[in-house]
Design a protein around this ligand. Sequence first.
Ligand code: FEO
Length: 158
Amino acid sequence: MEKAINQQINREFYSAYLYLAMAQECESIGLKGSAKWFTLQYHEEISHGMKMIDYMNDQGARVVLDAIEKPPVKFGPLVTMFEKTAEHERFVTKSIYSLVDLAIKEKDYATQEFLQWFVKEQVEEESTDADILARLRLAGDRGNALLMIDSQLGKRTE
Ligand code: FEO
């Protein structure tokens, strides 16, 4: 279980790095609102990693930090960025489910309980990504609509 949570900590920090890279791509093409949205997502992923680190420490487990993979530099248009975000979050959800499966197999009741927060969080993240993607697909190539969505994304506060 300890090894699997350490691996998940690395995935959370990779997620943070991935969204920070997307934020920088948005900055470079003038999508300031989206850049802010992805930067906040970066902070959220860091907090997920830290939540797991705190839990490991509470349980007297050893946290071992591994190298964080290099994220891509180019992601394409905003709709593609959110497609990649949604795809990545589906991968993270599967990874959380594997942790739950392992906790059940190992009769690790505390970790099963701890992971429920992440199970709920993944439902929220996938739902948010799906909403944004739906709006972006409706907007298509219309610049005005895209700028409006970018401005809405910039209003994110947490
Ligand atoms: Fe840490 Fe985006 O899930």
